[in-house]
Design a binder for this molecule. Structure first.
Ligand code: ZN
Length: 215
């Protein structure tokens, strides 16, 4: 493999209104160059307030899944380190993942079944947060949205009228499902979780692993 250069950031290029647009611009300006986690955070920051968003990782994943960009990481190439990304072409894949929503009637039935609460279940525990509740973990007001029970990615027909194909999820569990749960294998995506958690929690995980491996 050829030797890869690192991207450089000219901050004045990244005044786009949304986090996703700024991250997209960073990749499009640096085709074939390595972009680091730190550079992504820099660009994701609000250009006016300088506030660092917590959800930039989700925006990055949307560029892949919703916009169809191919963004490579360590998973794809071994000359990339953890937290390094690479876009080799501006080409977008055809939108096989286009978001589909249940019909109004169907969504109404889902909410009835769900008793207006998040249906996420983990280890037999149902999340149960209701629309408008304050999320005690993620903070912010809960807004329930529809989630299709099978992955969209294989082009199978989505039935927008069958409530059994849909579930109601809170925002936090939409993120968990999308980023942290591999719907094909049913296994947790541990690396994505570690990437997303704050530094203090990374340190706890790091210390645990260091002790575990006795190093
Ligand atoms: Zn939930």
């Amino acid at each position: 493999m050829e030797h890869l250069e690192y991207a450089s950031i000219k901050k004045e290029l990244y005044n786009q209104k949304s986090i996703k647009k700024r991250i997209e611009a960073l990749f499009l300006n640096n085709i074939g160059k390595i972009i680091t986690n730190n550079q992504l955070v820099e660009v994701a920051k609000d250009p006016i307030t300088g506030k660092e968003p917590e959800n930039w990782h989700q925006r990055l994943s949307e560029l892949r899944t919703d916009d169809g960009y191919t963004i490579l990481s360590q998973r794809d190439r071994n000359d990339l380190k953890l937290g390094e990304y690479l876009m080799l072409s501006t080409e977008k894949r055809a939108k096989i993942n286009k978001r589909v929503y249940p019909s109004k009637e169907c969504w109404k039935k889902v909410l009835q079944r769900a008793n207006n609460s998040c249906e996420w279940s983990e280890g037999g525990q149902i999340c149960g947060l209701k629309d408008g509740d304050v999320d005690p973990i993620g903070g912010g007001k809960v807004k329930l949205t529809a989630d299709h029970l099978q992955p969209h990615s294989f082009g199978q027909k989505v039935d927008v009228n069958n409530p059994d194909d849909w579930q109601a999820l809170c925002g936090r569990h939409q993120v968990v499902k999308k980023n942290f749960w591999d719907s094909k294998t049913g296994k947790l995506n541990i690396k994505a979780i570690l990437q997303a958690i704050p530094t203090e929690e990374k340190e706890i995980a790091y210390e645990f692993l260091r002790d575990y491996f006795n190093k």
